[in-house]
Each structure stands twice: as C-alpha cells, then as structure tokens.
Design a protein around this ligand. Structure first.
Ligand code: SME
Length: 151
C-alpha cells in the first residue's frame, strides 16, 4: 500500500481524467483512491438512475450486497437526496446506516453533481473510527467535481 498526500493524489487523478480517453476512467480513479490511503478500506461509486442509486466501479476486499439503494435510504441515499457530503464517524450510532461489511467503523459519502443535480456519489468505508477529516472532505469534493463531466 502506497501512502501519498492529498495534493499528489489529486494531481494523479487529474492526470487520469485529462489523458485517459478510455471507458475505464471511473474505475481508474476508484483504484487510485483505494490504493493511496490505507484508511480507505472500501471505495465505490454509485450512479443515479431515476430514484435509485446503482453501484458502479468499486475496489475493496469484499463485494457489497447493496448494489441498488433507493434515494433517501441509508447514508448513501441521504447524501443523494440532500446533495450534501455525509460523514458518519461511528456507523453503529447512525440509524440510517446500511451495513455492508462487519469491519466498517466510519463512512463518507460525497455527491457528484452536474449543474447542481446529483448524478452519482463516491462512497468510502473505513475500518477506523472517525477516519474522515476536513482534508478528506475538501479532497473528495474536488475529485467529485473532476468526475462529474465523465458521468
Ligand atoms: N453504508 C451505505 C451502503 C453502501 S455500503 O457502505 C458499500 C449506506 O448506509 O448507505
């Protein structure tokens, strides 16, 4: 596992997005996020289709059973509904939380918007409690902005 700081990873992602003309952009960005931060235990993307979120590319040790989530349901559905980033410091204390992996302790969900409309989101689970800080929020919101033109 390689450790890189937010700025270096941001440049790396910018490179993937601007140079890569293939259809693997979304998966490539997910892979870089997963490989760059040890605390990102599972990284995935959900895409909005009507009133549901459909699981897109992801990377982690296990697959999730939540491949389809209704908008408004769970932490993912809440972020899609409000258009605002959700940070859950301790998933066991959030009644909205839909459990995927027994090891998950905290979660961040960052909406991807096009003209202010939510078209998808980045969902990251961590095995650490309170894993996501202000730097993660700023960084992942930038990544979401970069991705929006590719959805
Ligand atoms: N925990 C999410 C569901 C998706 S899994 O984390 C991959 C939620 O509460 O919406």
């Amino acid at each position: 596992m390689i450790f890189l700081n937010y700025r270096i990873v941001e440049q790396k992602i910018k490179g993937i997005i601007t140079k890569n003309k293939s259809t693997t952009i979304l998966q490539d960005v997910i892979d870089v996020l997963y490989e760059s931060f040890e605390k990102y235990s599972w990284v995935g993307m959900y895409l909005v289709e009507g009133n549901v979120l459909i699981l897109g590319p992801w990377k982690g040790k296990q697959a999730t059973q939540h491949i389809k989530i209704r908008i408004g349901k769970g932490v993912c559905g809440s972020a899609a509904q409000s258009g605002k980033t959700e940070v859950v410091n301790e998933v066991s204390k959030d009644s909205r939380y839909l459990s995927c992996f027994l090891s998950t302790r905290s979660e961040i969900v960052v909406p991807i918007k096009k003209m202010n409309v939510v078209v998808g989101e980045i969902d990251i689970d961590s095995d650490k409690l309170t894993a996501f800080n202000k730097s993660d929020i700023i960084f992942l919101e930038k990544v979401a902005d970069m991705l929006s033109q590719h959805i």
